[in-house]
Design a protein around this ligand. Sequence first.
Ligand code: ADP
Ligand code: MG
Length: 394
Amino acid sequence: MRVRSIRELKNIKNKRILLRVDFNVPISKSGKIDQNEDYRIVQTLPTIKYLLKKKAKVVILAHLGRPGGKVVESLRLDPVAIRLSQLLKKDIYKSDSIIDKDTLKNIDSLAGGNILMLENIRFDKREEKADKKFANELAGLGDIYVNDAFAVCHRDQASVSTIQNHLPAYAGLLLEDELKNLNSAVIKPFKPLTVIIGGAKISTKIKLIQRFLKISDHVLLGGALANTVLHVMGVSVGKSLVEPEMYPVIRKIKLTDNQLRVPVDGLLAKNYQAKTGRLDALADVRPDELILDIGPDTIKLYEKIIKSSKMIVWNGPMGLIETPFFAKGTESLIKILAKTKAYTVVGGGESVQVIRRLNLEKKFNFISTGGGAMLEFLEGKKLPGLKKILLTNK
Ligand code: ADP
Ligand code: MG
């Protein structure tokens, strides 16, 4: 793999670096960021520190939420700037606009080794339209563009992709690390490779499943998305949600092949609000029941396969993790993955949340900050945010 990395940049003292990050973290009603939710900010610190140490002028571009091109007071980046400042133990400048008449002056007068954070880039509707003029205006604020926002790299947007036509573009250290880890899973994985896919909808992950059926030794399914596959296999899933439009696609997969595994037992309940449920084999799900988690026999089966693997890629929870009783399958899986000697790569918003809840982040080899971006990268799609950065993945 060849990536244009900031490590290649020679003398960047006093150079204006436009650094695109993904600081899209949940902010509480009181306007603060929970300690457990600042993962994305923490992950970008190495890049920021690297640039500061080289005395560059760092101009941060970031978004928060989906303001849809309007100024939304609760989506201003101030809490993010405060948290970043605390983490760096350094004062940083925060602008109340993206670009105004003083922005250029402010950047020019910024001493090398300092940070100016511009306001939520999505307050300008041209951002999400990948507008050329806007990208050009942004480019006018910097000498070099650095992308460290893997989680938005699947978006064709002005500060993610279009800007790369106007400035020399490089990957930040986090992005580089993301690419190395995810690329190794698809290009030269340690074998046997096992991929575990869970989550809500099979339609959002079918391409990933199809690709990994070509690359990996085992594909293990869990979560609500397994229901549609179970249905096609002739297993009654009660009133669990299925996606009938996916039946034809699933029928094309060789379901009798042991390479693809589905749950054999589960925790069942009559509605999504249930606090507990009963355990049974999936052959015995009643018509008025929902499958809300995988059961211990499935976990045992998956554990055996995991233990025989050298690399594991996992995305998406095994059950309705918002209810503690139905988070058990996902938690057991995490504990097994935390113990395995295999190289473990994980991604996806919800899966990572549970790992953090159990305080087991350190037991994984790599935790991706990308949800949708990770899925698309692993599917083999070309991500717009990497167009001038990832030269070849071979
Ligand atoms: P990720 O963000 O980790 O990629 P998804 O967004 O695809 O995962 O799916 C996460 C959601 O799937 C969670 O909110 C979880 O409650 C839900 N989910 C998983 N399994 C089930 C299930 N059996 N029944 C209902 N919801 C489920
Ligand atoms: Mg999700």
